[in-house]
Design a protein around this ligand. Structure first.
Ligand code: ADP
Length: 267
């Protein structure tokens, strides 16, 4: 199996009905955890090289419905990676200043510089998801954004940024389970907001909005992966594998050493 199993074919409409959230690739939790740990050593090695070389960047975009597991995915995948080479940006409701600019203004300034891995916890896709479902701007405005996003991502790719986009696909039943768990555990209450129920009530509208995102903004230079995420261990495994396989195909190398290092004797 390759990490790209969950990448839809290009140039075809995507229907989420074709992507079961409970898929587990026929492996069990123990196997998946062991494989994820082995892959993590490869991630750490490649990230070290990416950072040392300073010529390429990796941008990871995470989108999900509430409870989809964005936070725990970031924890699980990047624990053990050199924190100096990774930066997480969480995109919240835009501030007045952000709203006074074009929708990509706040996003562009958070893109990873060369040598870095940038992780977007939510992203510019909110501007065609929540903004569309809640009708925060007129339809012609959000519709035009698919093209703007494709052009923006092409610009990043042309500047040596490899882009991987992940949708953590949970079912509506699984979201119910996760919300109930949050409500049952006081230490998880901070993760629950009553507003999440309003978003849940619009589940079908969000699914249509996501399908359009995967249909219009899925390109070889910035592909989507629809990750079955009901089982957290499978989600971690599939995402880790995709990231590692991508890093291993990037032309990374340690910079050439200064000449004559072999003759140096340290007193
Ligand atoms: P999270 O759910 O990601 O852990 P929050 O609970 O703070 O974090 O939610 C962030 C909120 O910001 C979400 O409701 C999301 O829809 C909203 N948001 C993010 N980007 C935008 C945007 N461009 N326009 C409107 N709302 C946005």
């Amino acid at each position: 199996m390759t990490g790209f199993l969950h990448r839809p074919p290009y140039g075809q409409p995507v229907s989420l009905a074709d992507y079961p959230a409970g898929f587990d690739g026929g492996i069990n939790e123990k196997e998946a955890v062991a494989k994820t740990q082995a892959l993590q050593q490869r991630l750490i090695a490649r990230q070290d090289m990416l950072y040392a070389q300073g010529k390429h960047a990796l941008l990871i975009v995470l989108q999900a419905m509430d409870g989809g597991g964005k936070d725990s995915t970031i924890k699980a995948i990047f624990q053990g990676v050199n924190p100096q080479g990774v930066r997480v940006t969480s995109f919240k409701v835009p501030t007045a200043e952000e709203l006074s600019h074009d929708f990509l203004w706040r996003v562009h300034r958070q893109t990873p510089p060369k040598g870095m891995i940038g992780i977007f916890n939510r992203s510019h896709y909110e501007d065609v998801l929540v903004v569309r479902v809640n009708e925060l701007v007129p339809e012609p405005v959000w519709r035009a954004r698919y093209d703007h996003i494709n052009a923006f991502e092409a610009l990043l790719a042309a500047a040596n940024t490899t882009i991987l986009k992940f949708y953590l696909n949970i079912s509506k039943d699984e979201q119910k389970k996760r919300f109930e768990e949050r409500l049952a555990k006081p230490e998880k209450h901070w993760k629950f907001s009553k507003g999440d129920l309003g978003v849940r009530a619009r589940w079908e509208d969000y699914m249509r909005a996501y399908e359009d995102v995967f249909t219009y903004c899925h390109t070889p230079h910035a592909p989507w992966h629809i990750i079955p995420s009901n089982k957290k261990w499978y989600r971690n495994y599939a995402i880790m594998q995709t990231i590692v396989e991508t890093l291993e195909t990037m032309p990374l190398a340690y910079p050439a050493p200064e000449e004559g290092l072999e003759d140096i004797v340290i007193d």
